[in-house]
Write a protein that binds this ligand. Structure first.
Ligand code: NAD
Length: 493
């Protein structure tokens, strides 16, 4: 079953799209991004690339809104406006979900659940924080000098203009993590969506205005890597929050350091592992683990691409995988009955197919790995057994539906293998063994360790990486450090 495209969505696809700056649409550029529907390969819309002057206008108006309106509002007023945006996103959830579905190939159910439903939950979480920021009073260690005493306290100050650079895989929800965090802490924000998913944020910027958020507080600048790089080097941008590949993250970190040491949060790639421990049965775990690993065609930064199986259960695990994967319903992103849809764009399809070739050469084929003979960027998932832990496919991120299976013999060996990757975003262990859980959750080098689940996110629990997966944390209370300056005040009396 497929459902029809809303008239509002068709209007947006046909419109003259560009950027949204200081409460108005802007399309000065002569370069255009062409958008393709990954489910059909049809060309569906174009978006003007922002010029250097557009980027400058976005930064100047964002700075003016920071000083002139957003900072002036009370925390309670900011909290109410952020919550109101969440309400409007839910009201127009169908439009937002369809825009995402049509440009990135995300299944409509997933788009509703995460890009709208969860995005609203996250926004309300941040709205709550707007009224709870505080510093602390400090008893100075030096005490009085002469007839002077000292008292001291700290407070949190917003950093100013924040640039939020987004990937295409969860363009709305990941953008909301950054926009919600920036606005709750009193900053203004310029969103630079991925060139593959620029439309939803143009719509959300309009909703922000309807919510009463003053013009310039959320600006949206569309374009490519060069557009984002201009934002990173702009002198009035005080913080970059970046989610994307490690290769681009490195460029962002270097450019930020060279441009007055801008603050940076980097949410980068991963080569995440899931390990089934010997106390549980692979036949019980794999029906839960495989859908978690292959949700959104594996294009989730937290998804596992490495699966560790106790050697004694390897044969059973391979049989299980061969039974479960062919049963995943494949279909168009707008088909609510489908689980497995197209890859997000043609360039990514090329990267995934090249990775498949490498995986088949470096591992032993268990399942899949072919492009599907139908329009759209559809592939089968690929499962290979890998024996060499140094193999490239076992250490490099595919960011697609590939699973490298490896057998292990002991928990000590398993910990070494799971940590043997340049990345450190997520790991999961599947077990009811309390002792192994305690040992492994302490030993695994990743920002998150899941137990008996994988890729679940909660606004109250910080998310971020270690090692090559970047630094900084999204949400939880940890985001406050990344979006504020801690000011110290020392008073003699
Ligand atoms: P990407 O690095 O190609 O692009 C991300 C963004 O960076 C885009 O908006 C792009 O225009 C911009 N960009 C490109 N060149 C730039 C430059 N020189 N300076 C500044 N910005 C520049 O990544 P992608 O293909 O959009 O996303 C996939 C990657 O994102 C994967 O590696 C995935 O693991 C990662 N990801 C990480 C998380 C996380 O939370 N850790 C979440 C989602 C995706």
């Amino acid at each position: 079953m497929s459902y029809s495209i809303r008239s509002e969505v068709n209007e947006i696809l046909a419109a003259r799209n560009g950027s949204y700056i200081n409460g108005a649409p802007v399309f000065n550029g002569t370069d255009y991004i062409t958008l393709q529907n990954p489910s059909s390969e049809a060309y569906i819309s174009t978006v003007a690339v922002a010029t250097g002057d557009d980027v400058d206008l976005a930064v100047q108006t964002s700075r003016a809104a920071f000083v002139g309106t957003w900072k002036v509002l009370t925390p309670y007023q900011r909290s109410c406006l952020i919550s109101k945006l969440a309400d409007l996103m839910e009201r127009d959830g169908e439009i937002i979900a369809q825009l995402d579905c049509l440009t990135t190939g995300k299944n409509i159910n997933l788009a509703h659940g995460l890009e709208v439903g969860q995005a609203a939950v996250f926004l309300r979480y941040f709205a709550g924080w707007a009224t709870k920021l505080s510093g602390e009073t400090v008893d100075t260690s030096l005490g009085a000098t002469g007839d002077s005493g000292f008292t001291a306290y700290t407070s949190r100050a917003p950093v100013g203009v924040v640039a939020a650079i987004l990937p295409w895989n969860f363009s709305v929800m990941i953008g909301i993590w950054k926009v919600g965090a920036a606005l709750a802490t009193g900053n203004t924000v310029i969103v630079k969506p991925s060139e593959y998913s620029p439309l939803a944020w143009l719509y959300i910027a309009r909703l922000a205005e309807e919510a009463g958020i003053p013009p310039g507080v959320i600006n949206v600048v569309n374009g490519n890597g060069a557009t984002a790089a201009t934002l990173v080097t702009h002198s009035e941008v005080r913080k970059i929050t970046f989610t994307g590949s490690a290769a681009t993250g490195e460029k962002v970190a270097i450019a930020a350091a060279k441009n007055n040491f801008k603050r940076v949060t980097l949410e980068l790639g991963g080569k995440n592992s899931a390990a089934i421990l010997p106390d549980v049965s692979v036949s019980d775990v794999l029906p839960k683990l495989l859908p978690a690993a292959l949700l959104h065609q594996g294009q989730i930064c937290a998804s596992p691409e490495r699966i560790f199986i106790p050697r004694a259960q390897l044969a059973e695990a391979l049989e299980c995988i061969k039974q479960i994967l062919p049963a995943f319903p494949v279909g168009d992103a707008m088909d609510p009955g489908a689980f497995f849809g197209p890859l997000a764009n043609e360039a990514h399809l090329g990267k995934v197919l090249a990775f498949y070739d490498k995986a088949k050469a470096q591992g032993r084929l268990v399942f899949g790995g072919q492009r599907l003979p139908r329009p759209g960027f559809f592939v089968e998932p690929l499962v290979v057994i890998v024996e060499d832990p140094d193999a490239g496919v076992f250490n490099e991120e595919c960011f697609g539906p590939v699973l490298c299976v490896m057998a292990y013999d002991s928990i000590d060996e398993l910990i070494v293998l799971m940590n043997s990757t340049p990345y450190g975003l997520t790991n999961s262990i599947w077990t009811n063994d309390l002792k192994s859980t305690q040992i492994m959750t302490k030993a695994l080098e990743s920002g998150t360790v899941f137990v008996n689940t994988h890729s679940m996110m909660d606004p109250a629990l910080p998310f971020g990486g270690t090692k090559g997966s970047g630094y900084g944390r999204e949400f939880g209370s940890a985001f406050i450090d990344d979006y504020t300056e801690l000011r110290s005040v020392l008073m003699a009396y």
